[in-house]
Design a protein around this ligand. Sequence first.
Ligand code: MG
Length: 248
Amino acid sequence: MIVLKSKDELQLMAGAGRLVAETHAVVAAAIKPGVTTASLDALAEEYIRDNGGVPSFKGYHGFPASICSSVNEVVVHGIPGPQVLREGDIIGLDIGAILEGFHGDMARTYPVGEISSEAERLLWVTQKALEQGVAAAIVGNRLSDIGHAVQSFVEAQGLSVVRDFVGHGIGRSMHEPPQIPNFGRPGRGPRLKPGMVLAIEPMVNTGGWEVVVLSDNWTVITADKSLSAHFEDTVAVTEDGPLILTEA
Ligand code: MG
């Protein structure tokens, strides 16, 4: 069942979303060649807790860190650790926090120093794909119109959309119904209604869409080792159009 949120609940979710967006800004400012992914994790956890929140991912099904850090061919769910960022890397950061009982969830992929034009283009296409998905999150559309918008845009740019991981409803739980694939035919699934809150999160590869999970059971990489990017926002469906909650 898709849980609809009241106006008051949306206010609280905007607070959680704002905290997550601010955490992104703080961590993004620390990204440079030579820093470890563990140091970014520590920075995020400190900022979230200092502001009254709890990192959503820490301990989730045993996940050992507060954020996911996914470098280069890592698609999602990379575990922060001793890995040192190098000039030319791209790093996806997925950050979630609970504040006053509600979750916010947001991902961005950032350049480390100067990056290749291929990587620049990947980041641009994935950000735009997220924007296309968000623009389809309007009252009266059906759920699959979101994924269709993402896939149509990405494939027209000659890149591919990951199939094995999807977006999700979000609220008092980090993952609520419905699942939101980033691909598929339009006009399917439930009609979008005011009060639905959706984490829309395209994952885009420069090569094929196939992915592999590493032996740590978390880290997802592209099967062909091509570059991958991930952008996510938590979005409320409202009578006035999509409202992005993960904004600073
Ligand atoms: Mg998510």
